[in-house]
Write a protein that binds this ligand. Structure first.
Ligand code: PGA
Length: 259
């Protein structure tokens, strides 16, 4: 049986409102052609303020919309923050949490990310939990320790808030040194990490209830080298998702080669 592959476009703070809407207006047919296949899902994650309009454009398609972040609180006096409930009502069904850029620039801790995960699950949304080591941590041979540390509070939350929906939870391994650099890990490196993740996450969720993505410099030039790991369920794509032709090359290669 074909794997069900998941492709997440993380647009970060690119694509202003008008560009985000016109991207999905122009390419919804192309996206729908792929997501109408039983073996493929696509999630577009624009800036928070564009979610509603992007969802409106995509409402008669099977393409999903996701947020890049949400608050760790359900509501209250948190100026500038946006709750998971609000994001859900705007049309998002996925939320990226723990991206390394948020860990780095906003000092998000593993505990705060776990609290966000709780908000995501309580709103019946699907978390896309990002984890990954820095270059220094990798050089010190600490990759798996770091991943374990980042995951611990999130797995605790998952254990206590067993998701009701049939959707698979999503975990994205994104080595920090690979994001936006053009450098990628070897298949052997990814396999080591994924074997660890399957076992570790498997203590709280059965394997068929979570997807494992790779993220970091995924593009048409790297996709063939990244398609090896047997446990890989798809990609989290940053820069290469901003151009439709580039994004579709990644999706088509992975679909036709079944990763
Ligand atoms: P990149 O970003 O594909 O541009 O390396 C990936 C990410 O940060 O999610």
């Amino acid at each position: 049986m074909n794997k069900h592959l998941l492709f997440v476009a993380n647009w970060k703070m690119n694509m202003v409102f008008n560009d985000a809407v016109s991207f999905v207006r122009s390419h919804k047919q192309g996206l729908e052609t792929r997501t109408s296949q039983a073996s493929c899902s696509v999630v577009i994650c624009p800036s928070l303020h564009s979610i509603y309009a992007v969802k409106q454009e995509l409402k008669n398609t099977s393409v999903h919309v996701g947020a890049q972040n949400c608050s760790e609180h359900p509501s209250g006096n948190f100026t500038g923050d946006v709750s998971a409930t609000s994001v859900s009502q705007a049309g998002a069904s996925y939320i990226i949490i723990g991206h390394s850029e948020r860990r780095q620039h906003h000092h998000e801790t593993d505990q705060a990310i776990a609290a966000k995960c709780q908000q995501v699950l309580q709103n019946n949304l699907t978390p896309i939990v990002c984890i990954g080591e820095t270059l220094q941590e990798r050089a010190a041979g600490r990759t798996l320790d770091i991943l374990e540390q980042q995951l611990a509070p999130v797995l605790e939350v998952i254990k206590q808030n067993a998701p009701e929906s049939e959707n698979r939870l999503v975990f994205a391994y994104e080595p920090v040194w690979s994001i936006g650099t053009g450098q990628i890990p070897t298949t052997a490196d990814i396999n080591t990490v994924f074997t660890f993740l399957v076992e570790h996450i498997g203590t709280v969720q059965p394997r068929e209830r979570f997807a494992l993505l790779y993220g970091g410099s995924v593009g048409p030039d790297t996709v063939a080298d990244l398609c090896g790991p047997p446990e890989l369920d798809g990609f989290l794509v940053g820069g290469a998702s901003l151009d439709f032709q580039t994004f579709e090359k990644i999706i088509d290669y992975a679909l036709s080669n079944q990763l």
